[in-house]
Design a protein around this ligand. Sequence first.
Ligand code: ATP
Length: 194
Amino acid sequence: MQIKRLRLTGFKSFVDPADLRIEPGLTGIVGPNGCGKSNLLEALRWAMGENSAKSMRGAGMEDVIFAGTATRPARDFAEVSILAEQVGEDDELEVVRRIERGAGSAYRINGRDVRAKDVALVFADSATGAHSPALVSQGRIGAIISAKPGERRAMLEEAAGIAGLHVRRRDAEQKLRATEANLTRLDEVIGDQE
Ligand code: ATP
């Protein structure tokens, strides 16, 4: 997957709509302290489904909404859109996450309402996601170096693009268990009838 554009509206310090075009190759973000470099990476992770407010450096998820300054009022919502191209597919993929005060988060893929889980799967199948080791924020390098074997394995699996398969396997196992329970119940009902 090649991410081509990140669009932020009302997300943290990005009160006005801001477009960040991401060209193939290495992208560097430079700027003075506090200008919003980390906020950009957080916007990317947030739109991919990050659900820990703490890892967004906030107390609650609504803290990602522009909180206002001395000259500008706070916003009621924040929205981040990721435009991406998938390998071997012609159509572009647009993933949007929006949060409104008091109403929580909503996700869309190409204009269609979807669940957070659907968004996570799209990115997991492309070997990325909100917790991908490819997104290295400040302080993460040390954590990656000192990761335990199990954590390292999870990183390798994510890099290999098979993290999504684990989620699907868990779903399939749950359905299998539910079907087995139904079959047992059916046997009991048939037994009662005989
Ligand atoms: P450094 O180089 O020091 O790490 P940075 O460029 O990574 O800085 P960020 O940490 O991304 O900067 O941005 C911090 C700025 O974002 C601060 O000025 C902070 O006030 C602002 N900010 C964070 N959350 C919000 C919010 N909800 N509303 C308005 N501004 C916010």
